[in-house]
Design a protein around this ligand. Sequence first.
Ligand code: DSN
Length: 416
Amino acid sequence: MKYDRVRDADPQVADALEAEVERQRDTLAMIASENHVSEAVLEAQGSVLTNKYAEGYPGSRYYGGCEHVDTVEELAIERAKELWGAEYVNVQPHSGSQANMAVYFAMLDPGDKILSLDLTHGGHLSHGHHANFTGQLYEVEQYEVDPETGYLDYEVLREHAEEFDPDIVVSGYSAYPREVEWDRIQEAAEAADAYHLADIAHITGLVAAGEHSSPVGVADFVTGSTHKTIRSGRGGIVMTNDEEYADAVDSAVIPGMQGGPLMHNVAGKAVGFEEALEPEFEEYAAQTVANAEALGESLQEHGFGLVSGGTDTHLVLVDLRESHEDVTGKDAEKALEAVGIVLNANTVPGETRSPFVTSGIRAGTPALTTRGFDEDDCRYVGDLIARVVNNVDDEDVKAEVAEDVQELCEANPLYE
Ligand code: DSN
């Protein structure tokens, strides 16, 4: 992949772009929220739609010349409705966080109450963290996973909801490896007469493909990112089945919080959604989950402890305290990055270290699966991770593993 026109205009940026293509080709992208979109999605995102202002919605814009962006946005909306079975969809949020912001701005007033999962237990910044606007504008209480099992405890959550009386209960997570029982969270929300926002950012693709149960039709609002497991253009999405809520969300997005939509990204969403409607996408999603399970089993065979004991999704969360007391998440992340395995240090339930150090690592299979990895490959990746984490300071071992990673990358080429 060459960036000749960029090179003519700006060799420094061209160098960085081409180096990034090489980096993605030559490393294993195991950050659970990342994926490799198709070249069709890349092309749509790099299109002339970046030039167009289109405040408003299809058929009702503040500017002229919107006939073609209207087509693109309508396609994105119709395809999203088909993928997730939602009645109303807004495809304009610039990111998953902005999608969540749209719901909060649509339904809450400053000072209203949010009940959400703690970040160190798998939640997300935009669910009420003190450093995020949600923690500053709203009154937040957080629930946790069961410290023994690593699973959500729906009974405790319901009691917490009854006691705290939130205005909204947030579900959907960034580092929770187990299937979520949306109806149980809905029961907790109903017990407090609260809205329920299910943020499926990580699992949009798994839900669309039927690999994870869907909160659409259960929760009042479903938000997501569009570039993770669903593998479309970068950004966010809001879905609901209630027309009144849909109108409120549309107004919250524009004029409430965003200006012109990023129509090139909306085009990338439309193209990626079309790809996800193909039958092969179901196979991709099923393989992603099977691969995460194989990776988890391999790590367990090497003595690693997994939060919740395994996975039902696209990711595993390793609690290093169970096997490597002296190796922090950051140590492991750095050693693995040095051999070409790119994942992230992650807090774990009951975390005692800072979020910049952590006691865990999170590893996902969406991007590896896009490259064609199967269960055997992922078991082998588990072997490689174990060799590195067992020898974080051994440069010879790391050099050997780096060669093994290169072989895997060459056997599963990317952006040829
Ligand atoms: N950065 C994403 C993740 O890694 O989970 C969430 O926004």
